[in-house]
Design a protein around this ligand. Structure first.
Ligand SMILES: N[C@@H](CCC(=O)N[C@@H](CS)C(=O)NCC(=O)O)C(=O)O
Length: 289
């Protein structure tokens, strides 16, 4: 039997409701977790497919809700949005001391940790792939058709989860994704703590590694990255879009990757293109099999 959830708040927006829901997540060490769901009014009469949104470093379920301006586009495209947190939280959830913004709470990296300190709580991969959709599909008016999208660390999550589970998603998109985490400081730090020092085991969570071996169906991958993104053109290129594009090209996997002139890493950038991403997902979510 699927777990039950509590609706903490319901706010009217864009001809629909934004509900913040709470439940006890097994994959996060039985901690309480909050996710948000935007439900267009039409879900009172019929079930809709879901776009899962994965946020980036430091975010909760609220950043996307408050800053992306996505709800009218979701309503217009007849999709539900589900927005989880980015890590486990609460008493007893381990972290490094002192806490840093790019690891631990707010930085779960959408993987299943294997190191002793983190493996009980930090299983955001299982949470996003299985536990959350099972809960959502049992408790909300949605179908089992899914797309996945995300930003930065969440873009890494969307690409890796999509590439590892093509049967579960009809399309994948990302904004400024961390494309090659095994080769950049953000990923190397997180993977060492969560997965240990065997770098071979890191590759299963690296989109560039995964796409170079990918043989599955067309995932209709759409990515946007700003040419003025501070994590692309700053001191360190944490995103590595070219490595991903080159690997996709070599493996002959279709990817639409757009470099958007002048945009940075922020929600201003995402709010500009989120409608195009939701239109993209809706095209495949509503297609008849
Ligand atoms: N040093 C920055 C890095 C974090 C950052 O840029 N996070 C992005 C995702 S990688 C974000 O979405 N931040 C939250 C927001 O803009 O609302 C900070 O601590 O704020």
């Amino acid at each position: 039997m699927a777990a039950s959830m509590t609706v903490k708040s319901a706010t009217r927006v864009a001809q629909g409701m934004l509900k913040r829901c709470e439940f006890t997540a097994r994959s996060l060490g039985n901690t309480q977790t909050i996710f948000a769901a935007y439900l267009p009014d039409v879900t009172e009469f019929k079930k809709l497919p879901v776009v899962y949104w994965l946020s980036g470093l430091t975010c909760t379920d609220e950043n996307f809700s408050q800053k992306a301006g996505a709800f009218q586009a979701a309503c217009d495209n007849q999709v539900v949005l589900v927005m989880p947190d980015t890590s486990p939280r609460g008493d007893g959830v381990p972290d490094e001391d002192p806490h840093t913004y790019d690891f631990g709470i707010g930085a779960g990296f959408y993987l299943n940790a294997t190191t002793d300190k983190y493996k009980t709580h930090y299983n955001m991969y299982d949470f996003v792939v299985k536990e959350l959709p099972a809960l959502v599909e049992a408790n909300l008016p949605v179908t089992d058709k899914r797309a996945i999208s995300g930003h930065s660390m969440g873009g890494h999550g969307a690409l890796t989860i999509g590439l590892k589970n093509p049967e579960r998603y009809s399309s994948v998109s990302a904004f400024a994704p961390i494309c090659n985490p095994t080769k950049v400081p953000w990923g190397q730090k997180a993977f060492k703590f969560y997965l240990g020092s065997d770098e071979q085991s890191w590759k299963q969570y690296d989109a560039t590694e995964l796409i170079s071996e990918y043989k599955g169906k067309d995932l209709h991958i759409l990515c946007d990255c700003g040419t003025a993104d501070n994590f692309l053109v700053g001191d360190v290129n944490q995103l590595q879009p070219l490595a991903f594009m080159e690997a996709a090209q070599k493996a002959k996997v279709p990817v639409t990757f757009r470099m958007q002139a002048g945009y940075d890493h922020s929600y201003y950038f995402m709010s500009t293109f989120i409608r195009e991403h939701l239109e993209h997902h809706a095209r495949f979510l509503h297609a008849q099999n």
